[in-house]
Write a protein that binds this ligand. Structure first.
Ligand code: GUN
Length: 283
C-alpha cells in the first residue's frame, strides 16, 4: 500500500512556518504582508477559492483585501483597479482571480500586474524567468506539488515524469519545474495517443486534466508516484483525475482529493506573498 501525501497535514506545518515568518517580518519592518485579491462576478468556484485564500491569509497573519466587482465591470475599470494596487505601497501582492468574463481580455489584465507583486507568477516575465531557471515567483499549484515531493524526499533526478494536461497554470509550469529537478518529462494532453503506454513507463504521474478516472490502476506502474491535481464533482462527491482507491495499493506515494494538492496551492500563495513582501519592503 502506497503512502498518502497529505496536503492538508503538510499545509498545516508550512502555514505555521509562514505565520512565524510573518511575525518576524512584523518585528523587523513594523508591518505585515498585504495581499489584494480582485474577484469579478459570482462564479461559485472562484468565490469559494477566494474565501479560502482570505481565511488562510488571516490565519497566517497576512493582511488581505478582497475587491469584489460585478461581471459587468469594463476592462478599463478593471485595469484601473490593477494600476491603483500596483501603485499602492501598502499592497505587496496582487491577484486577479480567473476566469474573467468573456468581454475582458485576461492576458491584458495579467500583463498589467506589476511583476514584483505578481503572487500568481502568471505575468509573462515571471513565466520567462521560471523557464530560464532564473529567480521567479512560481505558480502556486506546481510549487505546491514540488513542496509535496520534497517533503517525502522523493528522488526526482533521472526519473521519468509524465504530466497529463498542458495548461498554463499547472501542466506547462509543472513540466518545467520537474525538468529543473532533473526529471525526464513528457507532457500528455487531450490529443495524446497511447496514454496508457506512456503512463505505464512513468515513475511520476501528475494528472491535471479535470476529468475523473483519467488514470486508472491498470495505467500505473508498481511503485510510481501519483500526484492528482484534478478537482471533479461526481454524484455530489469531490474526486480527482485518478482512481485513488484502486491506485493507492500500487503507487509508492499518492495524493488524495480532497486534502492533497488543493490546500498546497493556497499554502504556496501565502509563501509567494511573503516572498513579494520581502522583495518590495526595504528596512
Ligand atoms: N483560478 C483558478 N486557479 C487560479 C489561480 O491559481 N490564480 C488565479 N488568479 N485564478 C485562478
Amino acid at each position: 500500500m502506497g503512502e498518502i501525501i497529505s496536503g492538508k497535514a503538510l499545509s498545516k506545518d508550512v502555514r505555521e512556518q509562514v505565520r512565524l515568518d510573518v511575525l518576524a517580518l512584523q518585528e523587523k519592518y513594523g508591518k505585515v504582508p498585504h495581499l489584494a485579491v480582485v474577484l469579478v462576478g459570482e462564479d461559485p468556484a472562484s468565490q469559494s477559492y477566494v474565501r479560502g485564500k482570505e481565511r488562510a491569509c488571516t490565519k497566517a497573519g497576512i493582511h488581505s483585501t478582497v475587491i469584489r466587482k460585478p461581471d459587468t465591470i469594463s476592462e478599463e475599470e478593471l485595469l484601473d483597479i490593477v494600476e491603483t494596487l500596483n501603485n499602492d505601497d501598502e499592497v505587496h501582492g496582487v491577484l486577479v482571480q480567473l476566469p474573467l468574463p468573456k468581454h475582458i481580455d485576461e492576458n491584458k489584465v495579467i500583463d498589467a500586474i506589476d511583476i514584483t507583486k505578481d503572487v500568481d507568477g502568471f505575468h509573462p516575465l515571471n513565466v520567462a524567468y521560471m523557464h530560464l531557471g532564473r529567480p521567479a515567483i512560481l505558480p502556486a499549484t506546481p510549487k505546491g506539488i514540488l513542496t509535496m515531493l520534497h517533503s517525502k524526499n522523493i528522488e526526482l533526478q533521472g526519473k521519468d515524469a509524465l504530466i497529463i494536461g498542458r495548461s498554463n497554470i499547472v501542466g506547462k509550469p509543472a513540466a518545467m519545474l520537474l525538468m529543473k529537478e532533473h526529471c525526464t518529462v513528457t507532457i500528455a494532453h487531450s490529443r495524446t495517443k497511447n496514454l496508457k503506454e506512456k503512463c505505464l513507463r512513468a515513475d511520476i504521474i501528475v494528472a491535471a486534466v479535470g476529468r475523473a478516472n483519467t488514470v486508472t490502476a491498470d495505467m500505473v506502474k508498481e511503485g510510481a508516484v501519483v500526484i492528482d491535481v484534478g478537482v471533479n464533482r461526481v454524484d455530489g462527491k469531490l474526486v480527482g483525475d485518478c482512481d485513488f482507491e484502486a491506485i493507492k495499493d500500487k503507487a509508492s506515494y499518492i495524493t488524495p482529493v480532497p486534502g492533497g494538492v488543493g490546500p498546497m496551492t493556497i499554502t504556496s500563495l501565502l509563501q509567494n506573498t511573503l516572498e513579494c513582501f520581502e522583495r518590495i519592503v526595504k528596512p
